[in-house]
Unconditional design. Sequence first.
Length: 285
Amino acid sequence: MDRLHVPYIETMISQACTLSCKGCTNYSDYNVKRPVLTYKEYCNWFDPWWEKIEFDVIGFIGGEPMINPELKDFLYKTQRKTEKCVMLVTNATLWHKWPGFMDFLKDTGDVILKFSVHQPNAPYMQKAIQEVLDSLPWERTHSDHDFIENYECKEYRLNFQIDRTAAFLKTWKGNSYLDMKPYNSNPGKAFSICSQSHCPLLYNGRLYKCSSIAMLENVLTDHNRHQDPDWQDYLAYKGVGPNDDYADIVDWSSNYAKPHKICKMCPEPADKPYIPHIPNVKSRI
């Protein structure tokens, strides 16, 4: 059996978040009660896949991942185990709770640190960005997106990204999770504006197209919507597991960064689904 290749995979190590952002594709804008993922649980999910698929970059996201007390294990131990680049995506609200974190990242090496800027004028955000920029001799590098700043420090194999996304893509119709509905779009058109087109999620040991479909059952159950007939086709999608037929795993991996029939749950350009981001952020701190 040949080992397959997928450029990127991510795992949500805390669904809870310190902020509430309307339109969050991970559904972290309500008061999620689930416990954080433990590193042991993550290994049980990840290890069977590492035997089958090689990932170039392994990301850890939230919610807010800096809520997870085992964060350093996720980064350091995964990098040492796989010898691959690891990525941390954080809103930086808890950066001050992890003193010396840049020294840890230098010791870990081969890390992408990404700040998602949700409150650009907040003192915590400005202080965290400045601390990172002052910590190393960064070199400004090219970015494929106007709203992302890229920096590189080759000495420590570190990259720093500042994501200043101005709008969020709301992935469902309705006014709240209590009346949410799928769009039933053209999958190709929906995928053309997808913000998660290169972001498959590892969840409960299975690989999903994105976090919006992986976490759908949770959010529908939490809001007593899991029996809604309009969602049943989407809930039937379970991604792929490490013990599934090899042909199914090959199909899943070959669909990376391509449209899938499940993409029809999300909006397409004609729906004008963008939400101004900064005005719709609330703090839970």
